[in-house]
Design a binder for this molecule. Structure first.
Ligand code: AMP
Ligand code: ZN
Length: 472
Protein backbone atom coordinates (compact mmCIF):
# COMPACT_ATOMS: atom_id res chain seq x y z
CA UNK A 1 0.00 0.00 0.00
CA UNK A 2 1.33 3.41 -0.82
CA UNK A 3 1.56 6.34 1.54
CA UNK A 4 -1.52 8.53 1.15
CA UNK A 5 -1.25 12.13 2.25
CA UNK A 6 -3.94 14.75 2.53
CA UNK A 7 -2.80 17.58 0.32
CA UNK A 8 -4.26 20.94 1.38
CA UNK A 9 -3.69 22.13 -2.18
CA UNK A 10 -5.94 19.55 -3.87
CA UNK A 11 -8.09 19.04 -0.76
CA UNK A 12 -7.84 15.29 -1.12
CA UNK A 13 -5.70 12.34 -0.15
CA UNK A 14 -3.09 11.54 -2.78
CA UNK A 15 -0.48 8.79 -3.09
CA UNK A 16 2.89 10.21 -2.14
CA UNK A 17 5.54 10.35 -4.82
CA UNK A 18 8.79 12.22 -4.48
CA UNK A 19 10.29 14.29 -7.28
CA UNK A 20 13.55 12.38 -7.02
CA UNK A 21 13.33 8.66 -6.29
CA UNK A 22 14.34 7.78 -2.75
CA UNK A 23 14.72 11.36 -1.51
CA UNK A 24 12.19 13.68 0.08
CA UNK A 25 12.80 17.42 0.32
CA UNK A 26 10.70 18.81 3.11
CA UNK A 27 10.39 22.32 4.52
CA UNK A 28 8.67 22.96 7.84
CA UNK A 29 7.63 26.42 8.96
CA UNK A 30 9.37 26.80 12.29
CA UNK A 31 8.98 29.06 15.29
CA UNK A 32 8.99 32.82 15.53
CA UNK A 33 11.50 33.18 18.32
CA UNK A 34 10.08 35.99 20.45
CA UNK A 35 8.83 33.70 23.19
CA UNK A 36 9.58 30.12 24.12
CA UNK A 37 7.44 27.87 21.89
CA UNK A 38 4.48 26.34 23.69
CA UNK A 39 3.07 22.85 23.65
CA UNK A 40 0.77 23.82 20.74
CA UNK A 41 3.74 24.81 18.58
CA UNK A 42 5.33 21.50 19.46
CA UNK A 43 2.29 19.68 18.17
CA UNK A 44 3.09 21.19 14.75
CA UNK A 45 6.80 20.35 15.05
CA UNK A 46 6.10 16.81 16.28
CA UNK A 47 3.82 16.28 13.31
CA UNK A 48 6.74 17.23 11.03
CA UNK A 49 9.02 14.89 13.00
CA UNK A 50 6.57 11.99 12.78
CA UNK A 51 6.18 12.57 9.05
CA UNK A 52 9.94 12.54 8.56
CA UNK A 53 10.31 9.40 10.67
CA UNK A 54 7.56 7.62 8.75
CA UNK A 55 9.17 8.52 5.41
CA UNK A 56 12.46 7.13 6.75
CA UNK A 57 10.71 3.96 7.94
CA UNK A 58 9.48 3.42 4.38
CA UNK A 59 13.01 3.85 3.02
CA UNK A 60 13.34 7.48 2.00
CA UNK A 61 16.21 9.75 2.84
CA UNK A 62 14.65 12.95 4.09
CA UNK A 63 16.23 16.34 3.60
CA UNK A 64 14.43 18.31 6.25
CA UNK A 65 14.72 22.04 6.80
CA UNK A 66 12.97 23.99 9.55
CA UNK A 67 13.38 27.74 9.68
CA UNK A 68 13.72 30.12 12.57
CA UNK A 69 11.86 33.41 12.10
CA UNK A 70 13.73 36.17 13.89
CA UNK A 71 12.52 39.24 12.02
CA UNK A 72 9.58 40.48 9.96
CA UNK A 73 6.71 38.47 11.50
CA UNK A 74 4.19 41.18 12.37
CA UNK A 75 1.52 40.91 15.03
CA UNK A 76 -1.33 40.55 12.50
CA UNK A 77 0.50 37.83 10.49
CA UNK A 78 0.25 40.21 7.51
CA UNK A 79 1.52 43.72 6.81
CA UNK A 80 0.10 45.49 9.82
CA UNK A 81 1.17 45.71 13.42
CA UNK A 82 4.50 45.50 15.12
CA UNK A 83 7.38 43.11 14.59
CA UNK A 84 6.74 40.37 17.18
CA UNK A 85 10.42 40.34 18.17
CA UNK A 86 10.73 44.07 18.57
CA UNK A 87 7.53 44.22 20.60
CA UNK A 88 8.87 41.59 22.99
CA UNK A 89 12.25 43.33 23.12
CA UNK A 90 10.56 46.54 24.22
CA UNK A 91 8.60 44.68 26.84
CA UNK A 92 11.75 43.09 28.26
CA UNK A 93 13.93 46.16 27.67
CA UNK A 94 16.36 44.02 25.71
CA UNK A 95 17.81 43.91 22.26
CA UNK A 96 15.71 41.84 19.81
CA UNK A 97 18.85 39.93 18.85
CA UNK A 98 19.31 38.85 22.48
CA UNK A 99 15.73 37.64 22.61
CA UNK A 100 15.98 35.62 19.41
CA UNK A 101 19.22 34.03 20.52
CA UNK A 102 17.84 33.09 23.93
CA UNK A 103 14.57 31.72 22.57
CA UNK A 104 16.30 29.77 19.79
CA UNK A 105 18.46 28.07 22.44
CA UNK A 106 15.34 27.18 24.44
CA UNK A 107 13.76 25.85 21.27
CA UNK A 108 16.73 23.58 20.53
CA UNK A 109 16.80 22.21 24.04
CA UNK A 110 13.03 21.60 23.91
CA UNK A 111 13.44 19.73 20.62
CA UNK A 112 16.01 17.50 22.26
CA UNK A 113 13.87 16.91 25.33
CA UNK A 114 10.98 15.84 23.11
CA UNK A 115 13.17 13.46 21.12
CA UNK A 116 12.63 15.38 17.87
CA UNK A 117 15.22 14.39 15.29
CA UNK A 118 17.40 17.29 14.20
CA UNK A 119 16.64 18.73 10.77
CA UNK A 120 19.46 19.08 8.25
CA UNK A 121 19.57 22.78 8.99
CA UNK A 122 17.63 25.41 10.96
CA UNK A 123 18.14 28.52 8.83
CA UNK A 124 17.57 31.90 10.41
CA UNK A 125 15.70 34.54 8.43
CA UNK A 126 18.17 37.29 9.30
CA UNK A 127 20.98 35.23 7.76
CA UNK A 128 19.22 35.11 4.38
CA UNK A 129 18.66 38.73 3.43
CA UNK A 130 20.67 38.50 0.15
CA UNK A 131 18.66 35.44 -0.94
CA UNK A 132 15.41 37.32 -0.25
CA UNK A 133 16.60 40.38 -2.13
CA UNK A 134 17.49 38.15 -5.08
CA UNK A 135 13.91 36.87 -5.33
CA UNK A 136 12.43 40.32 -4.82
CA UNK A 137 14.60 41.74 -7.60
CA UNK A 138 13.56 38.87 -9.85
CA UNK A 139 9.90 39.58 -9.15
CA UNK A 140 10.39 43.28 -9.86
CA UNK A 141 12.15 42.45 -13.11
CA UNK A 142 9.24 40.23 -14.14
CA UNK A 143 6.72 42.93 -13.31
CA UNK A 144 5.13 40.84 -10.54
CA UNK A 145 6.12 43.35 -7.85
CA UNK A 146 6.36 47.14 -7.53
CA UNK A 147 8.32 49.55 -5.43
CA UNK A 148 6.82 52.52 -3.59
CA UNK A 149 9.25 54.64 -1.58
CA UNK A 150 11.30 51.83 -0.13
CA UNK A 151 8.44 49.37 0.19
CA UNK A 152 8.13 46.54 -2.29
CA UNK A 153 4.76 44.84 -2.78
CA UNK A 154 3.77 41.71 -4.62
CA UNK A 155 1.14 42.49 -7.23
CA UNK A 156 -1.46 39.79 -6.67
CA UNK A 157 -3.20 40.60 -9.96
CA UNK A 158 -0.11 39.19 -11.74
CA UNK A 159 -0.65 35.75 -10.23
CA UNK A 160 -4.06 34.49 -11.33
CA UNK A 161 -3.74 31.37 -9.21
CA UNK A 162 -3.63 33.40 -5.99
CA UNK A 163 -6.08 31.73 -3.61
CA UNK A 164 -5.54 28.19 -4.90
CA UNK A 165 -4.31 26.93 -1.52
CA UNK A 166 -6.63 28.73 0.89
CA UNK A 167 -9.68 28.98 -1.34
CA UNK A 168 -9.79 32.72 -0.68
CA UNK A 169 -10.92 34.69 -3.73
CA UNK A 170 -9.40 38.03 -4.54
CA UNK A 171 -12.82 39.69 -4.84
CA UNK A 172 -13.76 38.50 -1.38
CA UNK A 173 -10.45 39.66 0.04
CA UNK A 174 -11.04 43.08 -1.48
CA UNK A 175 -14.56 43.28 -0.11
CA UNK A 176 -13.36 42.25 3.35
CA UNK A 177 -10.34 44.55 3.40
CA UNK A 178 -10.25 47.04 6.20
CA UNK A 179 -10.58 50.72 5.41
CA UNK A 180 -7.09 51.35 6.74
CA UNK A 181 -5.38 49.57 3.84
CA UNK A 182 -2.00 51.09 3.19
CA UNK A 183 -2.66 53.60 0.48
CA UNK A 184 0.58 52.92 -1.37
CA UNK A 185 -0.72 49.47 -2.35
CA UNK A 186 -2.23 49.14 -5.81
CA UNK A 187 -4.73 46.55 -4.63
CA UNK A 188 -5.72 45.84 -1.02
CA UNK A 189 -4.71 42.18 -1.30
CA UNK A 190 -1.14 42.95 -2.41
CA UNK A 191 1.35 42.03 0.26
CA UNK A 192 4.75 43.32 1.34
CA UNK A 193 7.98 41.69 0.22
CA UNK A 194 10.14 44.40 1.74
CA UNK A 195 9.25 47.17 4.13
CA UNK A 196 10.93 50.45 4.80
CA UNK A 197 11.01 51.73 8.37
CA UNK A 198 13.78 53.87 9.86
CA UNK A 199 12.47 53.08 13.37
CA UNK A 200 12.82 49.33 12.94
CA UNK A 201 15.74 47.99 14.99
CA UNK A 202 16.60 44.98 12.84
CA UNK A 203 17.08 46.60 9.45
CA UNK A 204 19.25 46.40 6.36
CA UNK A 205 20.40 48.77 3.68
CA UNK A 206 19.54 47.50 0.22
CA UNK A 207 18.96 49.08 -3.12
CA UNK A 208 15.32 49.62 -2.03
CA UNK A 209 16.48 52.01 0.67
CA UNK A 210 18.73 52.47 3.70
CA UNK A 211 16.36 51.11 6.39
CA UNK A 212 14.40 48.06 5.40
CA UNK A 213 13.34 44.62 6.60
CA UNK A 214 11.72 41.64 4.90
CA UNK A 215 8.10 40.55 4.87
CA UNK A 216 7.52 37.30 6.74
CA UNK A 217 6.40 35.31 3.67
CA UNK A 218 9.45 36.05 1.49
CA UNK A 219 11.66 34.63 4.22
CA UNK A 220 10.34 31.09 3.78
CA UNK A 221 10.43 31.34 -0.02
CA UNK A 222 14.12 32.31 0.22
CA UNK A 223 15.19 29.87 2.93
CA UNK A 224 13.52 26.86 1.34
CA UNK A 225 15.11 27.71 -2.01
CA UNK A 226 18.53 28.27 -0.43
CA UNK A 227 18.57 24.90 1.32
CA UNK A 228 16.36 22.64 -0.79
CA UNK A 229 16.17 24.17 -4.26
CA UNK A 230 13.33 25.58 -6.36
CA UNK A 231 10.98 22.65 -5.82
CA UNK A 232 9.95 20.82 -2.68
CA UNK A 233 8.15 17.57 -2.13
CA UNK A 234 6.44 18.62 1.10
CA UNK A 235 5.83 21.92 2.84
CA UNK A 236 4.25 21.84 6.29
CA UNK A 237 2.89 24.22 8.89
CA UNK A 238 0.04 24.65 11.31
CA UNK A 239 -3.43 25.35 9.93
CA UNK A 240 -3.06 29.10 10.52
CA UNK A 241 -0.14 29.17 8.07
CA UNK A 242 -2.40 28.39 5.09
CA UNK A 243 -3.43 32.03 4.74
CA UNK A 244 -1.81 34.42 4.23
CA UNK A 245 1.62 32.85 4.82
CA UNK A 246 1.64 29.84 2.51
CA UNK A 247 -0.66 31.38 -0.09
CA UNK A 248 1.84 34.23 -0.42
CA UNK A 249 4.85 31.90 -0.46
CA UNK A 250 3.31 30.06 -3.40
CA UNK A 251 2.63 33.31 -5.29
CA UNK A 252 6.21 34.56 -4.81
CA UNK A 253 8.09 31.34 -5.46
CA UNK A 254 6.02 30.17 -8.42
CA UNK A 255 6.13 33.61 -10.07
CA UNK A 256 9.89 33.69 -9.57
CA UNK A 257 10.79 30.15 -10.67
CA UNK A 258 7.96 29.53 -13.15
CA UNK A 259 7.53 26.06 -11.61
CA UNK A 260 5.25 24.47 -9.03
CA UNK A 261 6.67 25.10 -5.55
CA UNK A 262 5.74 22.18 -3.25
CA UNK A 263 3.95 19.07 -4.49
CA UNK A 264 2.25 18.42 -1.13
CA UNK A 265 1.10 21.00 1.39
CA UNK A 266 0.35 19.48 4.76
CA UNK A 267 -1.13 21.33 7.73
CA UNK A 268 -1.63 20.18 11.29
CA UNK A 269 -4.67 21.26 13.25
CA UNK A 270 -4.38 23.30 16.40
CA UNK A 271 -3.84 22.13 19.90
CA UNK A 272 -6.75 23.66 21.76
CA UNK A 273 -7.52 24.75 25.28
CA UNK A 274 -11.18 24.91 26.26
CA UNK A 275 -12.20 24.73 22.62
CA UNK A 276 -9.95 27.62 21.48
CA UNK A 277 -6.45 27.76 20.01
CA UNK A 278 -3.53 27.56 22.44
CA UNK A 279 -1.74 30.78 21.61
CA UNK A 280 0.65 33.25 23.14
CA UNK A 281 -1.64 36.16 22.36
CA UNK A 282 -4.53 34.52 24.25
CA UNK A 283 -2.28 33.77 27.22
CA UNK A 284 -3.45 30.16 27.57
CA UNK A 285 -0.13 28.54 26.79
CA UNK A 286 1.82 25.82 28.53
CA UNK A 287 5.54 25.26 28.13
CA UNK A 288 7.43 22.03 28.56
CA UNK A 289 8.37 23.16 32.07
CA UNK A 290 4.70 23.60 33.00
CA UNK A 291 4.07 20.04 31.89
CA UNK A 292 7.08 18.72 33.83
CA UNK A 293 5.94 20.63 36.94
CA UNK A 294 2.70 18.61 36.81
CA UNK A 295 4.78 15.44 37.07
CA UNK A 296 4.74 14.32 33.43
CA UNK A 297 7.90 13.44 31.54
CA UNK A 298 8.64 14.44 27.97
CA UNK A 299 8.04 10.93 26.60
CA UNK A 300 4.52 11.13 27.94
CA UNK A 301 3.99 14.58 26.47
CA UNK A 302 5.35 13.46 23.13
CA UNK A 303 2.96 10.52 23.08
CA UNK A 304 0.01 12.72 24.06
CA UNK A 305 0.76 15.09 21.18
CA UNK A 306 1.28 12.49 18.45
CA UNK A 307 -1.21 9.75 19.31
CA UNK A 308 -4.14 11.33 17.48
CA UNK A 309 -4.40 12.22 13.81
CA UNK A 310 -2.62 15.50 13.03
CA UNK A 311 -5.57 16.53 10.89
CA UNK A 312 -7.97 16.64 13.85
CA UNK A 313 -7.93 19.29 16.55
CA UNK A 314 -6.61 18.04 19.88
CA UNK A 315 -7.72 19.27 23.25
CA UNK A 316 -5.00 19.84 25.81
CA UNK A 317 -6.08 18.74 29.28
CA UNK A 318 -4.24 17.19 32.21
CA UNK A 319 -6.64 14.26 31.98
CA UNK A 320 -5.65 13.71 28.36
CA UNK A 321 -2.01 13.67 29.47
CA UNK A 322 -2.78 11.20 32.25
CA UNK A 323 -4.56 9.02 29.76
CA UNK A 324 -1.60 9.17 27.36
CA UNK A 325 0.81 8.36 30.19
CA UNK A 326 -1.13 5.26 31.14
CA UNK A 327 -1.44 4.08 27.51
CA UNK A 328 2.32 4.59 27.11
CA UNK A 329 2.96 2.59 30.27
CA UNK A 330 1.07 -0.22 28.53
CA UNK A 331 3.51 -0.04 25.60
CA UNK A 332 6.53 0.02 27.93
CA UNK A 333 5.07 -3.02 29.64
CA UNK A 334 4.61 -4.70 26.26
CA UNK A 335 8.34 -4.37 25.64
CA UNK A 336 9.26 -5.82 29.05
CA UNK A 337 6.92 -8.78 28.53
CA UNK A 338 8.11 -9.43 24.97
CA UNK A 339 11.69 -9.36 26.16
CA UNK A 340 10.98 -11.96 28.80
CA UNK A 341 8.90 -14.10 26.43
CA UNK A 342 11.60 -13.94 23.75
CA UNK A 343 13.98 -15.51 26.25
CA UNK A 344 11.51 -18.30 26.76
CA UNK A 345 10.41 -16.98 30.14
CA UNK A 346 6.75 -17.96 30.47
CA UNK A 347 6.29 -18.11 26.72
CA UNK A 348 3.94 -20.56 25.06
CA UNK A 349 5.12 -22.87 22.29
CA UNK A 350 5.56 -21.10 18.95
CA UNK A 351 2.57 -21.55 16.68
CA UNK A 352 1.51 -20.34 13.25
CA UNK A 353 -1.29 -18.42 14.91
CA UNK A 354 1.25 -16.57 17.09
CA UNK A 355 3.38 -15.72 14.05
CA UNK A 356 0.26 -14.50 12.21
CA UNK A 357 -0.59 -12.22 15.12
CA UNK A 358 2.75 -10.46 14.77
CA UNK A 359 2.29 -10.03 11.01
CA UNK A 360 -1.21 -8.72 11.56
CA UNK A 361 0.02 -6.21 14.15
CA UNK A 362 2.66 -4.88 11.80
CA UNK A 363 0.11 -4.59 9.02
CA UNK A 364 -2.29 -2.64 11.22
CA UNK A 365 0.49 -0.27 12.21
CA UNK A 366 1.73 0.26 8.66
CA UNK A 367 -1.76 0.63 7.18
CA UNK A 368 -2.61 3.25 9.78
CA UNK A 369 0.53 5.26 9.15
CA UNK A 370 0.14 4.94 5.38
CA UNK A 371 -3.33 6.39 5.73
CA UNK A 372 -2.20 10.01 5.99
CA UNK A 373 -0.10 9.38 9.08
CA UNK A 374 -3.05 8.23 11.14
CA UNK A 375 -1.27 7.32 14.37
CA UNK A 376 -4.54 6.55 16.13
CA UNK A 377 -5.29 3.91 13.50
CA UNK A 378 -1.74 2.54 13.72
CA UNK A 379 -1.48 2.11 17.50
CA UNK A 380 -4.07 -0.69 17.80
CA UNK A 381 -1.43 -2.86 16.10
CA UNK A 382 0.81 -2.46 19.14
CA UNK A 383 -2.01 -2.88 21.65
CA UNK A 384 -3.08 -6.08 19.90
CA UNK A 385 0.41 -7.45 20.56
CA UNK A 386 0.08 -6.58 24.21
CA UNK A 387 -3.19 -8.50 24.42
CA UNK A 388 -1.52 -11.43 22.67
CA UNK A 389 1.44 -11.56 25.02
CA UNK A 390 -0.78 -11.12 28.10
CA UNK A 391 -2.90 -14.03 26.92
CA UNK A 392 0.24 -16.13 26.43
CA UNK A 393 -0.29 -16.49 22.69
CA UNK A 394 3.28 -15.75 21.61
CA UNK A 395 6.10 -18.28 21.62
CA UNK A 396 9.72 -17.22 22.11
CA UNK A 397 10.40 -16.84 18.39
CA UNK A 398 7.23 -14.80 17.75
CA UNK A 399 7.97 -12.66 20.80
CA UNK A 400 11.45 -11.93 19.43
CA UNK A 401 9.99 -10.94 16.06
CA UNK A 402 7.36 -8.83 17.79
CA UNK A 403 10.08 -7.10 19.80
CA UNK A 404 11.97 -6.29 16.63
CA UNK A 405 8.85 -4.81 15.10
CA UNK A 406 8.04 -2.71 18.20
CA UNK A 407 11.57 -1.31 18.09
CA UNK A 408 11.03 -0.35 14.45
CA UNK A 409 7.64 1.16 15.19
CA UNK A 410 9.34 3.14 17.93
CA UNK A 411 11.75 4.61 15.37
CA UNK A 412 8.58 6.41 14.25
CA UNK A 413 6.85 6.99 17.59
CA UNK A 414 10.02 7.79 19.52
CA UNK A 415 8.53 7.44 22.99
CA UNK A 416 8.45 3.81 24.10
CA UNK A 417 11.00 2.72 26.73
CA UNK A 418 12.98 0.05 24.90
CA UNK A 419 15.98 -0.43 27.12
CA UNK A 420 15.92 -3.07 29.78
CA UNK A 421 15.36 -1.28 33.03
CA UNK A 422 18.37 -2.23 35.15
CA UNK A 423 17.63 -3.39 38.65
CA UNK A 424 19.60 -1.61 41.39
CA UNK A 425 21.42 -4.89 42.12
CA UNK A 426 22.64 -5.09 38.51
CA UNK A 427 23.85 -1.53 38.70
CA UNK A 428 25.71 -2.17 41.95
CA UNK A 429 27.44 -5.17 40.48
CA UNK A 430 28.48 -3.21 37.37
CA UNK A 431 29.83 -0.46 39.62
CA UNK A 432 31.85 -3.04 41.55
CA UNK A 433 33.30 -4.39 38.32
CA UNK A 434 34.19 -0.85 37.26
CA UNK A 435 35.95 -0.20 40.57
CA UNK A 436 37.89 -3.44 40.21
CA UNK A 437 38.95 -2.46 36.68
CA UNK A 438 40.10 0.94 37.91
CA UNK A 439 42.11 -0.66 40.69
CA UNK A 440 43.78 -2.89 38.11
CA UNK A 441 44.44 0.30 36.05
CA UNK A 442 42.31 -1.13 33.24
CA UNK A 443 40.85 2.26 32.37
CA UNK A 444 39.57 1.09 29.04
CA UNK A 445 37.32 -1.43 30.76
CA UNK A 446 36.26 0.98 33.49
CA UNK A 447 35.28 3.59 30.86
CA UNK A 448 33.43 0.95 28.90
CA UNK A 449 31.34 0.05 31.94
CA UNK A 450 30.62 3.70 32.65
CA UNK A 451 29.43 4.12 29.04
CA UNK A 452 27.36 0.95 29.20
CA UNK A 453 25.56 2.31 32.23
CA UNK A 454 25.15 5.70 30.61
CA UNK A 455 23.59 4.01 27.58
CA UNK A 456 21.00 2.56 29.94
CA UNK A 457 20.30 5.93 31.47
CA UNK A 458 22.47 5.58 34.58
CA UNK A 459 24.94 8.31 35.43
CA UNK A 460 27.85 7.55 37.79
CA UNK A 461 29.27 10.22 40.03
CA UNK A 462 32.51 9.91 41.96
CA UNK A 463 32.00 11.46 45.41
CA UNK A 464 34.26 11.52 48.50
CA UNK A 465 32.09 8.73 49.90
CA UNK A 466 32.56 6.57 46.82
CA UNK A 467 30.61 6.10 43.63
CA UNK A 468 26.92 6.95 43.57
CA UNK A 469 24.53 6.48 40.69
CA UNK A 470 21.44 8.29 39.52
CA UNK A 471 19.03 8.04 36.62
CA UNK A 472 19.75 10.41 33.76
P1 AMP B 1 4.83 30.74 15.29
O1 AMP B 1 5.94 30.64 16.30
O2 AMP B 1 3.67 31.56 15.76
O3 AMP B 1 5.37 31.22 13.96
O4 AMP B 1 4.27 29.27 15.09
C1 AMP B 1 5.07 28.17 14.81
C2 AMP B 1 4.22 26.99 14.33
O5 AMP B 1 3.33 26.54 15.36
C3 AMP B 1 3.34 27.33 13.13
O6 AMP B 1 3.42 26.25 12.21
C4 AMP B 1 1.95 27.44 13.72
O7 AMP B 1 0.97 27.11 12.79
C5 AMP B 1 2.02 26.42 14.84
N1 AMP B 1 1.05 26.65 15.92
C6 AMP B 1 0.81 27.81 16.59
N2 AMP B 1 -0.12 27.64 17.56
C7 AMP B 1 -0.48 26.33 17.51
C8 AMP B 1 -1.41 25.51 18.25
N3 AMP B 1 -2.16 25.99 19.25
N4 AMP B 1 -1.50 24.21 17.91
C9 AMP B 1 -0.75 23.70 16.91
N5 AMP B 1 0.12 24.41 16.18
C10 AMP B 1 0.26 25.71 16.47
ZN1 ZN C 1 7.10 29.91 6.93
Amino acid sequence: MSFLVYNSLSRKKEPFQSLEPGVVRMYNCGPTVYNRPHVGNYRAFLFADTLRRWLEYTGYRVEQVMNITDVGHLTDDGDEGEDKLEKQARREKLDPWEISQRVAQQFFSDLKALGIKPAKVYPKASDHIPQMVEIIEGLLAKGCAYEVSGNVYFDVSKFPEYGKLSGNRVEELEAGARIAVREDKRNPEDFALWKSDPAHIMKWATRFGPHGFPGWHIECSAMSRAHLGDRLDIHTGGEDNIFPHHECEIAQTESFTGQPFATYWMHSKFLQVDGGKMSKSLGNVYTLDDVAAKGFNMRQLRFALIRGHYGSPLNFTWDALKDAASALEGLDDLVRRLRRASKGDGAAADTDAGAALVDEARKTFEDGMNDDLNVSRALPGLFALRAAVLEGKLGAHSAARALEFVARANDVLGCIQLEDELLPADIESLIERRQAARKAKDFKESDRIRDELLGKGIVLEDTPKGVVWRKK
